[in-house]
Design a protein around this ligand. Sequence first.
Ligand code: RB5
Length: 146
Amino acid sequence: MKITIGSDHAATALKDEVKKVLAEFDAEINDVGTFGTDRVDYPDIAEKVCADVTSGKSERGIVICGTGIGISIAANKINGIRCALCGDVYSAKMSREHNNANVLAMGGRVLGYGLAGEIVRAWMTTEFAGGRHQIRLDKIAALEKK
Ligand code: RB5
């Protein structure tokens, strides 16, 4: 699976840890940065990651900032993106099963590496259930057109 990942300056360390976890799944990773500690603006990172997802270049994306809040808000402004901010494994699983989340957001200043790894594993291995949940996703897509 092709996955695009990006973080702001507050979460480059967690981004590197997440890339190690993604390697367990033979994921083809496109890391759009940032790569140092110089300040960057998380909406710019969200835009880069989500562009890959909406264009089909990547099947899914992962975005990380200090809390995960700002970058998830930014990602969800983009049509076609269903970004789930997850701080626990159950939410990560449900974000795939019920919401077909195509972008996962996490907080680099919030999560330990162990928990973040388990969140990523759950998110990578859970399939969308479809059925009644698709009807709800169709309604979300309709909201984007209003
Ligand atoms: C950057 O200092 C911080 O505001 C950002 O990483 C994120 O937590 C915003 O939601």
